[in-house]
Design a binder for this molecule. Sequence first.
Ligand code: 5GP
Ligand code: ZN
Length: 137
Amino acid sequence: MRDDCIFCRIAAGQIPAATLYEDEDFRVILDLGPASRGHALILPKEHYANLCELDETVAAKVLPLAARLGKAMTAALGCDGFNLVQNNGEAAGQTVMHFHVHIIPRYQNGPKIVAWEQGELSEQDKKQIVEAVKAEL
Ligand code: 5GP
Ligand code: ZN
């Protein structure tokens, strides 16, 4: 736990947050600046800066927990779907450098939240990207 990390302090209960769920590994809270009604954040209690630093045992628990929350939100809030968003690095929009997963409920006719303009994948890029990434795995 890092005293200078806001999510460490929230996860430890030192700073109050609207908590939907808590166990020994995680606290799930409502986001203070929600993208939609019910927008929540899964926070591990241990400090990991991002996905690449996340402990694999903890990581294995994240998706089942997100599924549980998504089901509960669908039942409780009547959302029609939900997005999981997980930002890594400033360029990707990460503003709090403590790993977290956004669970964003989506409503029929609600605003577009996670969208991008589709580009094109050239044959040259396809080959280069596949070779370069495979070589690093
Ligand atoms: P990121 O951009 O790093 O993926 O997401 C950080 C999220 O944390 C943002 O959606 C922001 O609204 C939320 N957030 C930042 N500080 C606090 C806080 O003190 N309490 C809560 N509940 N959410 C916060
Ligand atoms: Zn932290």
